[in-house]
Design a protein around this ligand. Structure first.
Ligand code: PLP
Length: 296
């Protein structure tokens, strides 16, 4: 249904002194290259929700998100391709000018409804208002999203050879899918983009009933909290782009790559470790920055 360009997905080998000095290898699975709009993990997480909506002959898909949400952008475009009308329920009052992300979603046919932060908290009440709509949970969180995300690893060549798989965490849906599909010898590390969201471990557990791989969630690299992007992070993203031609985003993958470099430098991985970072795509957050802050 969604045209996935698997050929465009590949792993990029990172060559850097901080890796060779510690005898650690790092490859990055470039899911950001799958599609411009349904980028990265969103493609995988949406796959089975869309299938289910079509099986139920739903005429409208609705979901939730913030003004710069990759999930909203991806859902809008996926629904356009699937020819299903869609609604984005957005947190916060309607601004004078919608964000670029929401403008684009509207161009793709998404109807935008703004609700107050208070109303936004009660998803059940919002869903009960529209019993005929097929609702995708915020961020695609749930078993259906995790099922799609369990297909991420197999898109990486020789994925069994890695000792550690490292990915950004928002809702934890992607991480759950990766854990469910990993091998017993692999250790999965999630880097939380939020400050002190200790609920995440349980959320991921709830989606990983029969998992064999071990996992941990690291809370040390939030840079002040979700969506926060101090100059240190911006500089790091620009330097990484300069060194490796690897475009990262300020909400998720920038923090994850920073975490990996920092952990390698701190000797967190034994010599000979083979790391795979999932570049989960989603560059929408970067659009919230003024032009020229980022080098790409
Ligand atoms: C949405 C998103 C995530 C978070 O995925 P979860 O499944 O919610 O944990 C991570 N990285 C990027 C780039 C995203 O867009």
């Amino acid at each position: 249904m969604i045209p996935l360009d698997y050929a465009a997905v590949n792993t990029q080998t990172i060559d850097a002194p901080w890796l060779s000095a510690n005898a650690v290898q790092l490859n990055v699975l470039r899911l950001d290259k799958i599609h411009d709009i349904i980028s990265g993990n969103k493609f995988f997480k949406l796959k089975y929700y869309l299938q289910e909506a079509q099986q139920q002959h739903a005429t409208t898909i609705a979901t939730f998100g913030g003004a710069w949400s990759n999930h909203i952008a991806a859902t809008a475009y996926a629904c356009k391709l699937a020819n299903i009308s869609c609604v984005g329920i957005i947190r916060g009052e309607e601004p004078a000018t919608p964000s670029l992300t929401l403008q684009q979603a509207q161009q793709h046919g998404m109807k935008i409804i703004y609700v107050s932060r208070q109303e936004y908290k009660d998803k059940n009440a919002l869903m009960n208002k529209h019993p005929g709509w097929y609702f995708i949970p915020e961020g695609g969180f749930g078993q259906t999203g995790a099922k799609g995300a369990s297909e991420i690893l197999s898109s990486a060549i020789d994925h069994d050879k890695y000792s550690h798989i490292i990915a950004a965490v928002g809702t934890g849906t992607m991480l759950a899918g990766i854990i469910n599909s990993a091998q017993q010898h692999q250790h999965i590390i999630g880097i939380s983009s939020m400050k002190g969201n200790t609920q995440l471990h349980e959320d991921v557990r709830a989606l990983t009933a029969a998992a064999v791989a071990t996992f941990e969630i690291n809370h040390d690299y939030h840079f002040g909290g979700y969506g926060k992007h101090p100059p240190e992070l911006i500089n790091f993203i620009n330097k990484t782009y300069e060194a490796h031609r690897l475009p990262l985003d300020i909400v998720y993958t920038g923090k994850t790559f920073y975490a990996i470099q920092h952990m390698v430098e701190e000797n967190a991985f034994a010599a000979g470790s083979k790391l795979l970072m999932i570049h989960s795509g989603g560059l929408q957050g970067n659009r919230s920055l003024p032009a020229q802050v980022l080098a790409f």
